[in-house]
Design a binder for this molecule. Structure first.
Ligand code: AMP
Length: 462
């Protein structure tokens, strides 16, 4: 059924080996796959199924009846996937065919589907596995991120193409630290791939270090800022291992820059560089007009090269970030404006925040506009503003201010209403995107030019 049909295939589950079988089966059958982690709520699954144009689903575990029903109503058929071989498909297949579609947060309220071509995936995997000098048949690679996040593409394909083992941590195991550490320490992990947030969580265990993980040769990070403090702690705990920082958005296939971080680099400044571009990829900074800024000057980072997605699925509203830009070498080039503020100094790329309202919350990419959109759609809500609350300079949790006619001029807490809103949001948003704190007020304060006064809102919270 997989080979005879066409169109993308949803692969539903969590960390089962059946997910991998589904991915490889789709690659072999020439159909894009859409990883659907079990944490994605029903309303969002429905949107993703619609936007991706999926025609089939492979269940790596049985799905709840309402999900099965919803997919059946959309005419999506269930397919079994035959056991598939290894990842030589990457090199053999048409480079322009779509390998997978990963969905990220979208500011309009709909998740954004990012299709990634076989050629982009092959380019990324070839670059990183060569650079990381993986030993065929000898590696055990950590999988921390669910397969619906593009960070997992890094560990999944590094293990597949090196003939290694993937040590996949389930959400349930991560929630039980004692069992988690026992599982990690009994493994013969050689390559660590995670967000910096996850490794910070692990560093809280005093036993997390070389003695417990004696085979660990490299730790590779992506997805958010790796701080100097975290890098130093890791250099101390794993003196014989290599620490790598890599950077890139889903739109450019996981990562496009990398750098080994050592004490010399840590000593150079408060912000670690994210690395040098992969061979064949180009990263530079532009001003608002899209023209390159001078080397070392801060601008918006843009990326060009074979790892670029062709653009979001079914998105016709507003600018997407993909398009032709003035080429630093003359003429123009198809590039992706990342929304990341940064600079390129001496060939090294630095990423220092955002030009928009996208945030990273414990490694998860979120558009605050998307969350506000869903709160505003609720009955009686007149306006909403969501703010990231910071701890040590990074987002720790979200707070929502909700304009509602039942309240006064000063923000109030209302546990019952907050719970009701959380409940409504949970059918469209994943749990990590639901604000922890809610405050209700008759109207949100505005600045002199009529925009929501987010500075004042932030001062309303402790
Ligand atoms: P995602 O598409 O979920 O991988 O998120 C991509 C975004 O994560 C980038 O546009 C950056 O804002 C951020 N990011 C990724 N890697 C790094 C890094 N090494 N340092 C700082 N920010 C990063």
């Amino acid at each position: 059924a997989l080979r005879s049909g066409t169109g993308p295939v949803l692969v539903y589950g969590h960390k089962e080996s059946g997910m991998l079988v589904g991915f490889l089966g789709c690659l072999a059958a020439g159909r894009p796959y859409v990883p659907m982690d079990v944490s994605i709520p029903l309303g969002r699954i429905e949107r993703i199924a619609h936007i991706s144009g999926a025609t089939a689903v492979h269940f790596a575990r049985p799905a709840p009846a309402e999900i099965q029903q919803c997919l059946r109503n959309l005419g999506i058929i269930e397919v079994g996937v035959p056991e598939a071989g290894a990842a030589e498909y990457l090199a053999r297949e048409d480079p322009d065919r779509i390998a997978y579609i990963i969905f990220t947060s979208g500011s309009t309220g709909d998740p954004k589907g990012v299709p990634v071509r076989m050629g982009s995936l092959a380019h990324f995997v070839h670059w990183l596995s060569t650079e990381q000098r993986l030993v065929p048949g000898r590696e055990t690679v950590l999988n921390q991120a669910p397969f619906s996040f593009d960070l997992s593409v890094m560990d999944l394909y590094l293990s597949l193409t090196s003939g290694g083992t993937l040590l996949s941590l389930t959400a349930d195991l991560i929630a039980r630290p004692r069992d988690l550490f026992a599982r990690l320490y009994e493994s013969d992990l050689t390559v660590w791939v995670s967000t910096p947030s996850f490794v910070r969580f692990c560093l809280a265990d005093p036993a997390f270090g070389e003695l417990s993980l004696p085979n660990l040769k490299r730790l590779v990070f992506c997805g958010e800022t790796l701080s100097v403090a975290t890098a130093r702690a890791l250099l101390e705990r794993f003196p014989k291992a290599e620490i790598w920082n890599t950077y890139g958005p889903t739109e450019t296939t996981v990562a496009v820059t990398s750098l080994r971080i050592d004490e010399t680099i840590c000593a150079k400044g408060a912000v670690l560089p994210v690395g040098y571009p992969a061979e064949g990829m180009r990263v530079w900074a532009v001003g608002e007009d899209g023209y390159p800024v001078a080397g070392g000057e801060v601008g918006e980072l843009v990326i060009a090269g074979p790892q670029l997605s062709p653009g979001y699925l079914r998105r016709t509203d507003g600018p997407t970030g993909f398009g032709p830009l003035p080429n630093p070498g003359g003429g123009s080039v198809f590039a992706y404006r990342t929304g990341d503020r940064g600079h390129v100094t001496g060939g090294l790329v630095y990423c220092e925040g955002r030009v928009d309202r996208q945030v990273k919350l414990h490694g998860y990419r979120l558009e605050l506009d998307e969350i506000e959109h869903h709160i505003r759609a609720l009955p009686d809500v007149t306006d909403a503003a969501v703010l990231p609350m910071l701890r040590d300079g990074t987002a720790d949790y979200l707070a929502a201010f909700v304009g509602h006619p039942n309240y006064g001029d000063e923000p109030e807490e209302d546990f019952a209403r907050a719970q009701a809103i959380r409940q409504c949001l949970s059918s469209d948003l994943p749990a990590y995107a639901i604000p922890r704190v809610f405050r209700f007020v008759s109207a949100l304060p505005l600045t002199a030019n009529g925009k929501v006064d987010r500075g004042r809102l932030a001062r309303w919270l402790p």
